[in-house]
Write a protein that binds this ligand. Structure first.
Ligand code: GLY
Length: 573
């Protein structure tokens, strides 16, 4: 009897402590700081890979500049994180050049093949063909990463191309142990990676998926990178590498042709910009939705006083998530590649429109599903892509988010190249109202068209205060990218948290569909959950998957934080 009573008390204690588990400021202190926090006076790199951050340091030690460091990271991270980025993919990059006081924005996102069309993922009855936009050759957009990185490097770098490619070639050739996240990604894509001979040879040798700790060597990729080192983009867009990719496409009756590669172009875009109180924010413009909605959400929130209640007060969460919800409804209706469709950027980022949206939020009541618009609840998906941030003592800053989309992209390696081909085509709407891998709803604005770029959420962002650069920030994780970046800005500037805490603090996300707020796991006290539910919010716990890489200039000191949830490295020197 006594034993039973003790057992019940114990159980209730465990239950109470779980139910009120907090993963807020107190728990931030329990995260490991080694590798994730660094300070320096001269140079700071934060990336999702140890080899990548170190390679960037090596080129700086050789006399390179921030752009040489950017090129080195881009190629090494392609080898180190074949599950989430690579030369078979694309990305966006913002570069704040102190000398000219200019923020440059580069778009090297994949483009739809010339032979693609808006119905390519539908059967004769107009239904989506299962996984056609996700697995195999039809999922592949024309890769832009090599051209993007090399063009930027040619214009602003100091070192030779061979100097910035050396570490990537060595890493691919010598190999590296499979780490936990890589193993998880391999497991998640086992079916497709062990199906194609060209992919199997690298990731599933002899039919057995590589295990954690086993060495992953990528010899074909090393040879491809060597060719790029010698011949530059000519190899990738006109030479041997292009021929090998096109021949793989032909083998599987895909759409890619030589002309697709010949016509691929990098775009120097005007970054999207806006203000929040005394901050000036620059981020990526369409075909990314990221910058537009970061600015839209902050514009809405400028109408309330978040600081008064603090970041985890139910009222703050209610206002922030309602603003997110309205922004995502607009994303679904208006966003697409602005080279092809009209995107009302001015309206979406105007303070007047934001005030109108703010006025719709009731103080103590969540929007009902039908209040904003109609739609069905999709499943959430995973946390791919990669991001790095670099800053030097002058304030020059590079933020770049790069991706092959889902884990291991299409799962198809172009034969004889070691290149994992992307599945970026899934970021298009397969038909109006359909959802992508990340559960994002799309409209006809984002339908496939030849040479169009699929809508993205990637949000490399730079924040200025009083005319001085203060923060470079970005993250992977699909649609959560923009809300994670936005919350880091709020945590650092509005709530005035130190950078490490601003990154480590629990985050949440509302993307209109599904009609719920998704919180980092175990991140909220039960009383806050109850209050939110009383307002009519649905609350779900599932990690958002963001891995913020942030660098802040704080007087003479540069602080770098690589999200402690991940396996990255902040490296100052
Ligand atoms: N593929 C993820 C994104 O571009 O947002």
């Amino acid at each position: 009897m006594v034993k039973n009573a003790t057992y019940l008390i114990l159980l209730s204690l465990i239950f109470t402590s779980c139910a009120s588990k907090k993963y807020l400021m107190e728990d931030v202190k329990n995260f490991k700081k080694e590798n994730h926090l660094s300070t320096s006076k001269d140079f700071m790199i934060t990336s999702q890979g140890h080899y990548s951050s170190k390679a960037a340091k090596e080129v700086i030690d050789k006399g390179g500049n921030i752009i040489d460091a950017m090129a080195a990271i881009s190629f090494v991270i392609s080898v180190e994180r074949p599950q989430s980025t690579g030369i078979g993919g694309g990305g966006f990059l913002l570069f704040y050049e102190k000398k000219t006081d200019t923020v440059h924005a580069f778009d090297f996102r994949e483009k739809a093949p010339l032979r693609s069309d808006s119905k390519m993922y539908l059967d004769k009855s107009g239904n989506e063909i299962d996984r056609k936009s996700l697995d195999g050759i039809f999922a592949v957009g024309v890769p832009g990463l090599v051209k993007g990185v090399l063009e930027i490097h040619k214009k602003y770098g100091k070192l030779k191309r061979a100097d910035v490619l050396k570490s990537a070639i060595d890493l691919a050739r010598n190999g590296m142990p499979v780490y936990e996240e890589l193993r998880r990604a391999l497991k998640g894509r086992e079916k497709v990676l062990c199906k194609y001979e060209s992919s199997k040879k690298i990731f599933c040798p002899g039919g057995e998926l590589l295990k954690e700790g086993e060495v992953l060597k990528q010899n074909d990729l090393a040879n491809t990178l060597e060719r790029i080192s010698r011949f530059g983009e000519k190899d990738f867009y006109h030479g041997e590498t292009m021929r090998k990719i096109v021949s793989t496409s032909k083998k599987y009756k895909g759409l890619l042709t030589r002309k697709d590669f010949r016509k691929y172009n990098v775009v120097n875009r005007r970054p999207i910009s806006g203000t929040y109180k005394n901050l000036k924010i620059y981020s990526m413009s369409p075909p990314s939705s990221g910058g537009v909605h970061i600015i839209q959400i902050l514009n809405i929130l400028e109408n309330t006083n978040l600081k008064k209640n603090g970041p985890y007060h139910p009222k703050s969460i209610h206002y922030v998530s309602s603003a997110m919800e309205m922004a995502f409804a607009d994303r679904a209706a208006y966003l697409g590649d602005s080279d092809f469709v009209k995107v009302p950027l001015k309206g979406l980022t105007s303070k007047k429109y934001a005030k109108r949206l703010f006025d719709k939020i009731k103080e103590n009541e969540a929007f009902k599903k039908e209040d904003i618009s109609k739609g069905d609840a999709p499943a959430y998906e995973s946390d791919h892509t990669t991001h790095f941030t670099i800053m030097d003592k002058e304030g020059n800053t590079v933020v770049s988010t790069q991706t092959i989309n889902g884990w291991f992209g299409s799962g198809l390696v172009a034969e004889g190249t070691g290149i994992v081909l992307n599945n970026e085509m899934d970021d298009f709407s397969t038909k109006p109202g359909a959802m992508n891998l990340f559960g994002a709803v799309g409209s006809k604005q984002n339908l496939v068209a030849p040479e169009k770029r699929p809508l993205s959420s990637m949000s490399p962002t730079i924040v200025f205060k009083d005319g001085e650069v203060k923060l470079g920030v970005g993250t992977p994780s699909g649609t959560r990218i923009l809300t994670c970046v936005m919350q880091t800005i709020l945590n650092y500037f509005e709530y005035e948290k130190p950078l490490y805490e601003a990154v480590a603090m629990a985050r949440y996300h509302h993307q209109w569909r599904p009609h719920q707020i998704r919180f980092d796991e175990a991140s909220l006290s039960s009383s806050v959950v109850s209050e939110l539910e009383e307002m009519g919010h649905k609350v779900k716990f599932k990690n958002l998957g963001c891995r913020i890489q942030a660098v802040a200039k704080e007087g003479d000191v540069i602080t770098g934080v690589s999200d402690p949830r991940g396996e990255g490295k902040a490296l100052g020197f």
